[in-house]
Every structure is written in structure tokens, then in C-alpha cells.
Design a protein around this ligand. Structure first.
Ligand code: UDX
Length: 454
């Protein structure tokens, strides 16, 4: 099939490259010339393991352009995957989506095109995009005769750092539209994924338990709500384990054991029960906020989702309180934070716990040094005012340090030769922000170990 993808961020790029890999003819449109030039040269503008390899494997079916007129005409499916940043009131800012939809409508010419909202958009946006497409299409003097289009929602569930795996071997595919023909087109598009008939890329073998992928084919509003409800549920699962983790510390229970004990109940499930400094990233914070904002348009409260957000913020504060109660005085202390990215295997800094913890510490007069194996360059670019706090070396962080906080679970930190650095510190205190270090081992090496949760 002929596919156009508008926007080459995490979601757009992964969608475009994966569909090209599956054999569709894909054109990716992005207004950013620099990004397009990089992608044409086979380089990936984001850090995502395997993406450059997949780009190379799919190259013959892939075109990158800044022009809608090169991508949209003749397309069976147009994915719109532009950014939807949070507006100050918590609702997503749909400016980019509007202008993308207007531009798409100016180039539509195919007998039937499905325009898919791939960005996470508020419930009801499908109808909104449909109206924009129709208004913009109606302004054209060169309107083609036999040209129909319909809007669908196809939410994305990929995790950054695992984007290719999650796209090629998803738990499920969700498509939503009020037009049966649109659903049929998407069903066709995803056949190779649904039936798992493709040969996996050389570097990403098919998991043993993936034989076929369930398809949820539903109406527009349901597909839109599925995305928010799934992300909010995962977010509250993490906040729940964090809340229990704090209680575990008070009653003398071991949260790792507790999480294992409850997670083995198949109704609960063991994933997303890792306690720590809380979630970050582009989705959980934004989506929980947007869900609450949508509900409020209907004068409906969502106290459970709000509580998940509050607990998440409290975890950041608890990390700082732990340090304060250990060091007594934070003013003038040097605190080293290991990890700036919101999670390992990405250089994404959005809503990163490290940034919150660093700001809280600086506000209390501490001196902060940050380190990250991958996200340093991006941090310098995006937070130039905080750049002096970044250290390229671990020595620079540990040297004369009063306490270290493990914030991001990078493999490099888990495998670190911790014994080598203990002597550099002024007071060898380590706060394990992810509850992953071995307490006995750390104590043997001379550290004072503090767990984030019980
Ligand atoms: C998430 C969803 O998983 C994905 O389905 C959705 O489409 C986008 O948002 P992502 O933001 O890439 O993906 O990261 P994810 O791996 O889900 O982790 C989110 C955050 O939760 C990270 O900060 C991670 O460190 C934290 N987390 C995760 C925990 O604190 N504990 C856990 O048990 C799991």
C-alpha cells in the first residue's frame, strides 16, 4: 500500500520505517529540512536502538521529504504523527495537528484515503480533524472529482528505547473509525503484523510467544479513550507500588518481595511494579493531565488519576527529603545525580525525574552534578542554563561528593565498579532511586546505602 507519514518524531519515524520494512511504500513528511537531510543520509535524529539498522533494511521503500505534495497524493493511508505538547492548562496544544490536517487536505487526490491520528490526541479529536480536513478541502479550487477520505484513530503504545520491538511485535493493534471502509483499509495495512508473516529484521528476532497479534477494531471515540486509559493505568500502577513502597519502609517490609508477591497474581501482573523516583517521559505525565482536562470539560472528576500524579510528584520530593535527613543540611552540599534521561536507552529528557530532583536540590542550596551516558548532548542543547551542572566523567560527579543518587537505571550504573569511586567521595552516601543496587554489596564497598522505598 502507499503510505504517507506526517511528522518524524518517535512515533512517526517508527511507524514509517516499520511499515516500509513490512513492504509498504512510505513517504515521510517533516517540515524540518535538517531532519529530512539526516534521514536521507540514513542517520536517525533521535537516539533509538536499532532505528538506523531498520532504516537501512527498509531504505528501498522509504522516501523523506519536506513537501506534503510529494507524500499525500495517491496515499491509501496518511498518518499524522505531529507533536501535541501540553498547553499551560494541561490540555494538549493542537496547533501542529491543525496545520498538518490543513496541509494534508490541500494535497489529497486519491479515490479513498484514510487519515489516521497517530499522535495522542484528546478524545473527540478525530471528529475535530475530520472537520478541519473537510473545511480545508472545500477551499481548494483544484478539488479532484473522485476523492474521498475518512478519519481513523490508531493509537501507539510503543516504549521509547524499545520502539522497534513494540511496533513489530505489539501486544495488540487498536484501530478506530466510524467508517467501516477505513477500518478495512487499516486491517489490510496491518495484515503482516497481525498474522506475523514477515521475516523479522536481522537484529530483532521475533519473541517465541508472538504468533499472531490481536486486533481491536472499534469506533473512533473508543480507540481514543483506549490510549489514555492504558497509559493512565500504567502510570497508576507505578504510583501504587511507590505508595506501597513508602509504607513498606515504615513497617519494615521489603518492597521488592512485596512487588514480586503481588505481581505473580496474574490478575495484577508483575510488570510496572518497580518502585523508584517515579515515572517520567513524554506520555504518562501528559496523558494523565489530558485525561483529567477532558473529564473536567464534562464536569467529571478523576480522583484516582489525580492521585497517581500526586504520588509521582511526591516521590521526587521524598528523594530530596531522604538526602536532607541523612545530611541534615543540604546547603552547600555536593549531590551527584546518575542519569538525566527519564529512563535507560533513550536520550529523552521530557518530564525526567532527574530534572525535578536537581531543581528541588538547587532550590535548597545544594550544588548538583549530573551525569548521563547518552543524554548529555541533548541536555546541553535543551537546558543550556543548567549545562554547568553536567559532568562528562563519573570522576567529576563522585569527586568530593556528599551523596550520589542513582536516578536512571542505565546498565552502565548497575555494572559500575562502585568500589573505584567510594574513596573520591566526601561522605559515601548513595540513595538508590530505583531500588536496584545490592545493599549488602554497597555496604561492603563502604557506602552508606539508602533505599528509595522499603
Ligand atoms: C510509555 C508507555 O509504556 C507506552 O505504551 C506509551 O505509548 C508511551 O508511554 P515510555 O514513556 O517510552 O512509554 O516509557 P516506559 O518504559 O513505559 O516508562 C515510563 C516511565 O515509568 C519511566 O520513567 C520509567 O522509569 C518508569 N517506570 C516504569 C517505573 O518507575 N517503574 C516501572 O515499574 C516501570
Amino acid at each position: 500500500m502507499k503510505v504517507c507519514v506526517v511528522g518524524t518524531g518517535y512515533v512517526g519515524l517508527t511507524t514509517g520505517v516499520s511499515l516500509a520494512f513490512l513492504g509498504h511504500e512510505v513517504t515521510c513528511v517533516d517540515l524540518d529540512q535538517e531532519k529530512v537531510d539526516m534521514l536521507r543520509g540514513g542517520r536517525c535524529p533521535i537516539y533509538e536502538p536499532g532505528m538506523e539498522e531498520l532504516l537501512a533494511e527498509a531504505a528501498q521503500n522509504l522516501t523523506f521529504t519536506t513537501s506534503y505534495a510529494e507524500g499525500v497524493p495517491g496515499a491509501d493511508v496518511v498518518f499524522v504523527a505531529v507533536q501535541t505538547p501540553s498547553a499551560p492548562d494541561g490540555s494538549p496544544d493542537l496547533r501542529y495537528l491543525r496545520s498538518a490536517a490543513e496541509s494534508v487536505a490541500q494535497s489529497l487526490d486519491h479515490e479513498f484515503t484514510v487519515v489516521v491520528n497517530k499522535s495522542t490526541v484528546p478524545i473527540g479529536s478525530g471528529n475535530w480533524v475530520d472537520a478541519i480536513l473537510r473545511d480545508s478541502f472545500a477551499t481548494r479550487t483544484d478539488r479532484p472529482e473522485n476523492c474521498e477520505f475518512s478519519v481513523a484513530s490508531n493509537p501507539e503504545f510503543l516504549r521509547e528505547g524499545n520502539a522497534i520491538h513494540d511496533t513489530l511485535f505489539p501486544d495488540r493493534i487498536v484501530i478506530g473509525s466510524d467508517n467501516p471502509r477505513a477500518l478495512e483499509v487499516l486491517n489490510q495495512l496491518y495484515r503482516p503484523l497481525i498474522n506475523q508473516t514477515f521475516t523479522p529484521p536481522s537484529f530483532q528476532p521475533r519473541p517465541d510467544d508472538t504468533t499472531a497479534v490481536p486486533l481491536v477494531s472499534t469506533d473512533l471515540a473508543s480507540a481514543e479513550l483506549i490510549k489514555y486509559a492504558a497509559n493512565a493505568f500504567l502510570a497508576l500502577k507505578i504510583s501504587y507500588v511507590n505508595e506501597i513502597g513508602q509504607l513498606a519502609g515504615k513497617v519494615g517490609a521489603d518492597i521488592t518481595e512485596v512487588a514480586r508477591g503481588i505481581g505473580l497474581d496474574q490478575r495484577i501482573g508483575s510488570r510496572f511494579l518497580e518502585p523508584g523516583v517515579g515515572w517520567g517521559g513524554s506520555c504518562f505525565g501528559k496523558d494523565t493531565k489530558a485525561l483529567i482536562a477532558t473529564a473536567s470539560e464534562y464536569k467529571y472528576d478523576m480522583p484516582i488519576v489525580q492521585a497517581a500524579r500526586d504520588v509521582n510528584q511526591r516521590q521526587r520530593e521524598i528523594a530530596v527529603e531522604r538526602l536532607q535527613s541523612e545530611l541534615r543540611i543540604l546547603k552547600g552540599r555536593k549531590i551527584g545525580l546518575l542519569g538525566v534521561a527519564f529512563k535507560p536507552n533513550t536520550d529523552d529528557l521530557r518530564d525526567s525525574p532527574a530534572l525535578d530532583i536537581a531543581s528541588l536540590l538547587v532550590a535548597r542550596g545544594a550544588r548538583v552534578k549530573l551525569h548521563d551516558p547518552i543524554a548529555g548532548d541533548r541536555f546541553r542543547r535543551e537546558y543550556p542554563e543548567m549545562a554547568p551542572h553536567l559532568s562528562d566523567t563519573l570522576d567529576g560527579v563522585f569527586d568530593d561528593c556528599d551523596a550520589i543518587v542513582l536516578v536512571t537505571k542505565w546498565a552502565q550504573y548497575l555494572e559500575l565498579d562502585w568500589g573505584k569511586f567510594v574513596g573520591l567521595m566526601r561522605t559515601p552516601i548513595v540513595l538508590d532511586g530505583r531500588n536496584v543496587l545490592d545493599q549488602e554489596r554497597m555496604e561492603r564497598l563502604g557506602y552508606k546505602y539508602i533505599a528509595m522505598a522499603g
